[in-house]
Ligand binder design. Structure first.
Ligand SMILES: [Zn+2]
Length: 70
């Protein structure tokens, strides 16, 4: 079965984002039934600073990479 890229509108910022075929496969593998409702940015934002007010004008000095894997 082949997956196809899919465009979803983010629940948070109302921006179109792509639910890629690879991601759909990943979701299916994990047994997730639901499609993502938020774009990646919003999901990362929600993870990182859920207590901060949404302010997209100030960018962090360092890119938000997780360097925990080894
Ligand atoms: Zn979003």
């Amino acid at each position: 079965m082949a997956y196809q890229d899919k465009t979803i509108v983010c629940n948070d910022c109302a921006v179109d984002f792509t639910f890629t075929a690879g991601e759909q496969e990943f979701y299916a593998e994990k047994g997730f039934d639901n499609e993502p409702k938020k774009c990646k940015e919003c999901r990362q934002k929600a993870k990182k600073n859920f207590s901060k007010p949404s302010n997209s004008s100030s960018r962090p000095a360092r890119p938000p990479f997780n360097r925990n894997s080894r």
